[in-house]
Design a protein around this ligand. Sequence first.
Ligand code: KG4
Ligand code: ZN
Length: 331
Amino acid sequence: MITLGIETSCDETSIGVVNNGRMLSNIVASSLEFHKVYGGVVPEIASRHHIECINYVFKKAVSRGRIRLKDIDLIAFTESPGLVGSLLAGISFAKALAWALGKPLVSVNHLHAHLLANFLEKRKKKLTFPFIGLVISGGHTSILLCEGCEKFKSLGNTTDDAVGEAFDKVAKILKLPYPGGPVIEKRARRFNGKGVINFPKASLQKNSFDFSFSGIKTAVLYYVRNRHITKKEINRIAYSFQENVFGIIVKKTIDACLKSGLKEIAVGGGVASNRRFCEILRNNAKHYNLDIFIPRREYCLDNGAMVAAIGEQMGKRGVFAKSVIPVKTGI
Ligand code: KG4
Ligand code: ZN
């Protein structure tokens, strides 16, 4: 079964082709460069960029996947959450394509797609439902109980900034470029290990799986104020901030897994591409014999293949979106 996945929820225009869980192509055109100067994503620029390049991305995904248009069985698209104008560009394209080809449509949740990106990886031990999902991205920090491709229960969320957003804002405070995640990871790696700063840990209710990152962001801001910040000091702040935030996320995710009696944790979202995060999570999970699934960087960031991966599973279960015209599913 060949599924086309369309992702336009934020600043990446991406279309992927998946054949029974195997990725055939995954094309990404990012508008990141145009947002850098503003220090964050500008919704109007992102939606215009989607409209300008979606046709090209589609043609490239089809040719790279070595398929013909008539081979496509199913079209999946990100329906929410995301920037309204950006989502609209992908939804309109998906609906028009489904109408033109007479193919069924599946609407997909962006967070769930991030987690099912793990199914695209070839591993000896395969991820199976049920598992605990952790989405850490620029817009979300969520722990979910994942029982099936349409059965996700939210266990905890951020009450203020998303973790990726906190990385971006701390980078701005340190006068580092946008996006902050990769550059903070790089600067933290350069830290010589002497004198970690004890930034406060967000103290939310003991049994809650919710997060708060605005406190540590403000703590960094106050720390930097009225101080001469050298390059070495930036490395120290980056390291201390990163360890603090990842410590909280890893603890809560493992607690959620132990509480639900499950053995597998799957992670997704841009922040999951951070090597130090993977190291902390895997080291801690070892003590409880938990299996960790983190996709490669290409599948951590926003991409169309992850949308096709979950769309295909939903399509096989007959969960279709309303199409503009009734079509025979034939699946
Ligand atoms: O999942 P994603 O591509 O887009 C959203 O759905 O938000 O995530 C983008 C976010 C940005 O905030 C970026 O700073 C963060 O992921 N990010 C990282 C790293 N690479 C990207 N954060 C920490 N470490 C990284 N290596
Ligand atoms: Zn995302």
